[in-house]
Design a protein around this ligand. Structure first.
Ligand SMILES: [Zn+2]
Length: 53
């Protein structure tokens, strides 16, 4: 998660973009392209191969 201080220094557009980014610290993520569940620590989506990290 981003710090509030970092968010405060960004424009509203940047904040929205930052908050839509995948949280790499999360246990699991959903692929933004195919919505496949991506296990924590995986570098690529197992569904479509989208590179996450
Ligand atoms: Zn995918």
């Amino acid at each position: 998660m981003l710090h509030e201080r970092e968010l405060a220094s960004m424009s509203p557009e940047e904040q929205a973009a930052a908050q839509s980014v995948i949280d790499l610290d999360a246990e699991q993520n959903s692929c933004p392209a195919c919505l496949e569940t991506i296990p924590g620590g995986a570098a690529r989506c197992p569904g479509c191969g989208l590179r996450i990290g």
